[in-house]
Design a protein around this ligand. Structure first.
Ligand code: MG
Ligand code: MG
Length: 319
């Protein structure tokens, strides 16, 4: 028997939505799982989870933020704020308007989020002070806060490269103006676009390798071993877990058990691995722990953002 051709048909709308929702729910699940062990070391995590094989793998809340089980943090809520701004921009005939995005970050901040990183806080305070939509390039802006929230831009601009780049960088620089942050936002965003489009494992590995050749600072093999909020450490940890583990749960568990900025590494691995497996394949025992309002908001927004990218098609249905 001869081999069948391996060229794939473009994904149908249901498949596209399954991957987009998988990414967004994966982000929230990784955030909720990782927040429990944020700022811990791998050794501390192993010790705390000694009764469960030394591995943190259940969504139980707690952590330094004293979260309820299934509660998410700024990684998910700031993404939702950005997504709302994109939807509002579309409704007002101002698609991707950076001032609307900055206003949404202000509203998010005034809503007293459970957590807000220092660089995000500084950027929002600058915007409130002088109305500027980006600060000067700064060595202090190399954190992962712009990267962690860029998923809504990817969904809203699928199929439009120029809009993806423009809005990604604009939203990022409201709070973070650093070349490694810019590179990570675009590089991880492009990987997510390819994964949502249905690229297979070999193709994705090729994309990762090509990007790392272009930006050797993100080299992750051998794994350098840090998972901090410095965007370089974050990206190394995310790519290492995502490329080493084919399964969603295995990939996210590997990332968060590195500790440090575990909610953000968990969120970003969850995003990429969730797009890879699709929403239907996410672990039910984790989904059932996610807070209902988050599940609803993420599901609604994934469909609405995807509809911005595919306006000519039929309305999307949730699976
Ligand atoms: Mg967080
Ligand atoms: Mg974090």
């Amino acid at each position: 028997m001869t081999d069948l051709p391996t060229r794939r048909a473009p994904p149908g709308l249901g498949t596209l939505f399954d991957r987009a929702l998988g990414a967004y729910l994966g982000l929230a699940l990784g955030d909720a799982l990782g927040a429990t062990v944020e700022f811990m070391t791998p050794r501390e995590i192993a010790h705390a989870c000694a009764a469960r094989g030394g591995v943190h793998r259940d969504i139980v809340g707690g952590g330094w933020l004293k979260l309820a089980p299934g509660q998410v943090t700024d990684d998910t809520t700031m993404s939702l704020a950005l997504g709302d701004a994109l939807l509002r921009g579309h409704a007002l005939g101002r698609p991707g308007d950076t001032a609307l995005i900055a206003d949404a970050f202000v509203a998010w901040w005034r809503g007293k989020p459970v957590d807000c990183g220092n660089t995000c806080r500084r950027g929002i305070a600058r915007y409130l002070r002088d109305g500027s939509l980006q600060g000067e390039r700064s060595e202090a802006d190399g954190g992962n806060g712009a990267l962690m929230r860029n998923l809504p831009v990817v969904l809203a601009t699928l199929g439009d490269d120029a809009a993806f780049e423009r809005v990604s960088i604009a939203q990022a620089r409201v709070t973070h103006h650093h070349p490694h942050s810019d590179a990570a936002v675009l590089g991880i965003g492009r990987l997510l676009r390819a994964q949502i489009a249905g690229a297979d494992a070999a193709t994705m590995q090729g994309h990762v390798d090509a990007w790392v050749r272009e930006h050797p600072v993100f080299r992750h093999d051998p794994y350098p071993g840090r998972a901090s909020a410095y965007v370089v450490d974050t990206v190394q940890t995310v790519l290492h877990a995502y490329t080493r583990h084919a399964g969603f749960e295995d990939a996210v568990v590997a990332a968060v058990n590195r500790g440090e900025d575990a909610d953000t590494t968990g969120a970003l691995v969850g995003m990429l691995a969730g797009a890879r497996c699709g929403a239907r394949a996410l672990p039910p025992r984790w989904l059932s722990r996610l807070q209902r309002a988050t599940l609803q908001a993420v599901t609604d927004q994934a469909g609405a953002l995807l509809a911005l990218a595919t306006p000519a098609r039929a309305p999307m249905r949730t699976p």
